[in-house]
Each structure stands twice: as C-alpha cells, then as structure tokens.
Ligand binder design. Structure first.
Ligand code: SAJ
Length: 419
C-alpha cells in the first residue's frame, strides 16, 4: 500500500521506516524542512538504537521519501506531537492541522489512523467532523481508527514489533482493516475496540505508572520522616505476590508520563482526583531533592553542587521534561551557588563539563540525578581527594552506602531518613 505518515518524530519516523521495510511505499510528511532534507539524504536527527541504519536502507532503496506536505495515498497515519499547554490542557493544534491537511487527498476506501496520544473523544469529536469536509461520507467511505503507540524510547524498533497493540476503529470493518495493515510488521497481539476506549487505554497505561511512582515517592517522604529506608520497605513489600511498589526518584520525566495523565484531568477535573494528586506529588520531587540538599549542607549560598546525570531516565540522551532540569533551575536561583553538571549522553548544556573530575573538583555536594549504567564505573577513590567534605546524595539508590562511606564520603539516599 501507499502510506502517508504525518509527523516524523520519535514515533512517526520509526513507524515509517518499519512500513517501508515491510513492503509498503511510504511518504513521510513533516513541517520541519531540516527533518525532511535530512531524511531524504538518509540521515536522522534523533537518537534511537538501530534507527539510523534502517532509515538509511529504506531511503536508499527509494521506499521512504519525505515531503513537507501530504499527497494522495491509501493510508494516512497521524503521528504528530500532542503536548500540554501552560494550563495543563492538551494542545491538539497539530492533530487538527494534520487532519485538515489530508482532507483534499481523501478518496473512497482510504484508511486514516491516529497514533498520537490524545484525550478521550479525539477521533469521534475532533477528527470525524473535519473528515466530513472531504467529498465523501467518512463513516461509510473511510476506515478510521486510533491505534496508540506504546513503545519505550531506547527500544523503539524492538517494541514496535513485539508489543501488543490496540486498534480502536469507528466500526468493525475499520478495526479489521487497520489491524491487517499493522500485521505487516507487528508480532504482538492486536486487540480491537472503539476509538474512545483505545484513547483511554493509552492514557491509563501511563497514568497507572505515574500514580504508582507517586505512591513510591510519597512512601519515600514518609520514610525520611520516620528515619527508615523506603528502598528496604519496597524490597520487602514486593516479596508479597500481589504487590509491586515502584521506585521513588527525583521526579517523573519524559514526554509521556508527565503529560498524559493531564489529558484525563482536563476532561474530568472533579473525578480524576488521584490522577491529579499523583501528578502534583511527582512534580514536587525536584523541590524535595533541593530541600534535602539544603539540609545536608546547612546552607547553599556560596557552595558548589555537582549533578551526575541530567536526562529523564538512564542511558538515553533525552532531556524532555527531565526533573533534573527543574532541580537545576532551583539551584540557579540561589545566590553565589556554583553548578557543575556531568552527563556522558548529553553533548551540550549549560554548566556541563565533559570531564567528571573537573565537575567534581571543589564540590560540596555530588547529587546522582540519573543512574546511567556508565556511572557504575566511577572511581570514587579518585574523586574523594578532589571534593570538599564528601557529601553525596543518591536519588536512585544506585550506590552501596557502606562502600561509598568506607572511602570517606558522607552518603545520603533519597527515601532514607538521615538528615
Ligand atoms: N520512573 C520512576 N520510578 C519508576 C519508574 C520510572 O521514577 O519506578 C521515572 C523515570 O525515571 C522517568 C519516568 O518515570 O523519569 C518515565 O520513564 P518510564 O521508563 O516509565 O517511561 P517512558 O516515559 O520512557 O515511556 C512510557 C512507557 N509507558 C509505560 O511503561 C506504561 C512506554 O511504553 C510508552 O510508549 C511511552 O511512555 C509513551 O510514549 O507514552
């Protein structure tokens, strides 16, 4: 089939490459000319394992081409961003614009698929009325569905194939047709439902994780006050066959967990109480790490703070919604503070050093922000003579307290009541 994918970002690009690699002709559309020009040269500007090689291959073979405007096709897939506005409402302008842009090209029996994570009712209430503007009856002449992406950055190409998928069609025939299309490369099971159920599934998956992390973070705060270790509580409680306490941390980042729950809160502000509170609990964690740092040092003015790891999670270069950026901003507000950051995955950022020793020299407090695997190899023996009093705050339970303290450091753990 000829497939037109709108949006060549973290989801649209790998999805385009997969379809192109599995027997389809794909036209990728993006409003960003740099993305389009790079893609046509076989290059990508996002980091994702194995994606560069796959894209290079399908572009070289002429199976994937990029443009800035859509054209006639058999299938239209919308994979544009759905960010949140300042007031925590969903910004649906891109979905709306993408839907409008395909209307002139629609013909009988075309498929229209929304992949972007969207508030409940988007297909039925936002997209269908726009599609009615085409010269046909969208309920009878088109196959329309929501099929949310569920892949995790860092493992996108694997998860696109292996994950189960949901297809919520406006009618049974739409669901079946769209399922058949994804079977071009999906090996997981594909479940059929209606669009609003599919929209809610996607939102609830990320909300489930966000709420559970909030619970873990609340436990961390309680344990700090109790003078016990939340990580021990977690380990022992999780020995129960039906308990799975998530991990506390400095907050929740990424473009999904920190965003999607708000799409439910927006529609149901009175009912979605737990969901909203969880968001607020997680959003308050950087401030907690900040105040714990203050307690460790007594005062922050005039001190040097070193943060190891600033991405939103380990072993990726993605800074979107990273709670560590919020923490950095809090420190920046302190008078006469010196900040030094080290992150092997990030090439450019303010206060960033490319040598960990430089970052730690003269430091009053080292904060572990993200548990990159590479940080396992840090030689703290070498770091010790460089720092001042040797305070360390581990926000991820990554290091062994006894080993670190044996080197003369003063180790603190988020979720453990030592200060
Ligand atoms: N985090 C914790 N404690 C935990 C687990 C995670 O603090 O126990 C934090 C991480 O440090 C990170 C944030 O949560 O800052 C989010 O990371 P993540 O690994 O949970 O998820 P994402 O945002 O990279 O990807 C999620 C995935 N959703 C689920 O696992 C339910 C992925 O499958 C989705 O496709 C993706 O969102 C998306 O695009 O919606």
């Amino acid at each position: 089939k000829k497939i037109c994918v709108l949006g060549l970002g973290y989801i649209g690009l790998p999805t385009s490459a997969m379809f192109a690699n599995n027997g389809h002709e794909v036209i990728g559309v993006d409003v960003n000319e740099a993305v389009v020009n790079n893609l046509n040269a076989g290059k990508i500007i996002i980091e994702e394992p194995f994606l560069d090689a796959l894209v290079y291959e399908v572009v070289s073979l002429g199976k994937l081409k990029a443009k800035t405007t859509p054209e006639e096709a058999d299938v239209f897939i919308i994979a544009v961003p759905t960010p949140i506005n300042e007031d925590k409402t969903a910004m649906m302008d891109y979905v709306e614009a993408a839907t409008r842009s395909i209307v002139p090209f629609l013909k009988k029996n075309d498929m229209v698929i929304l992949e972007s994570t969207s508030p409940p009712g988007t297909v039925e209430k936002l997209m269908m009325p726009i599609l009615e503007g085409a010269d046909l009856n969208p309920y009878e002449d088109l196959y329309v569905a929501h099929s949310p992406e569920r892949v995790i950055p860092g493992k996108i190409l694997i998860e696109l194939v292996e994950n189960n998928r949901i297809v919520g069609g406006i009618n049974e025939i739409s669901s079946k047709k769209v399922k058949k299309l994804y079977e071009s490369f999906v090996k997981g099971e594909i479940f059929l439902t209606d669009p609003t159920t599919a929209e809610m599934c996607k939102l609830m998956e990320n909300t489930f994780r966000d709420v559970n992390i909030a619970l873990a973070n609340e436990l961390a705060l309680i344990c700090e006050d109790l003078g016990i270790n939340a990580w021990d509580v977690r380990t022992f409680s999780n020995k129960h066959p039906r308990v799975d306490i998530h991990m506390p941390g400095p907050g929740v980042g990424g473009h999904c967990l920190a965003v999607d729950p708000w799409f439910i809160v927006e529609k149901f502000p009175q009912t979605a109480k737990i969901i909203k509170l969880a968001r607020e609990t997680n959003d308050a964690m950087p401030a907690h790490v900040f105040s714990k740092s203050k307690k460790i040092l007594g005062q922050l003015a005039g001190k040097k703070i070193t943060i190891l790891g600033i991405t939103y999670k380990p072993d990726i270069d993605d800074l979107r919604e990273s709670p560590i950026l919020e923490l950095i901003e809090l420190f920046e507000e302190v008078k006469d503070i010196r900040l030094s950051l080290f992150d092997p995955f990030v090439k450019e950022f303010k206060h960033l050093e490319d040598d960990i020793k430089v970052a730690c020299t003269d430091s009053d407090l080292i904060i572990l922000g993200v548990n990159h695997k590479a940080f396992e190899d840090i030689d703290f023996n070498e770091i010790k003579p460089l720092v001042k009093d040797g305070h360390i705050l581990d926000t991820r339970n990554f290091y062994d307290a006894d080993k670190i303290n044996a080197l003369g450091f003063d180790y603190h753990l988020l979720g453990k009541g030592t200060v």
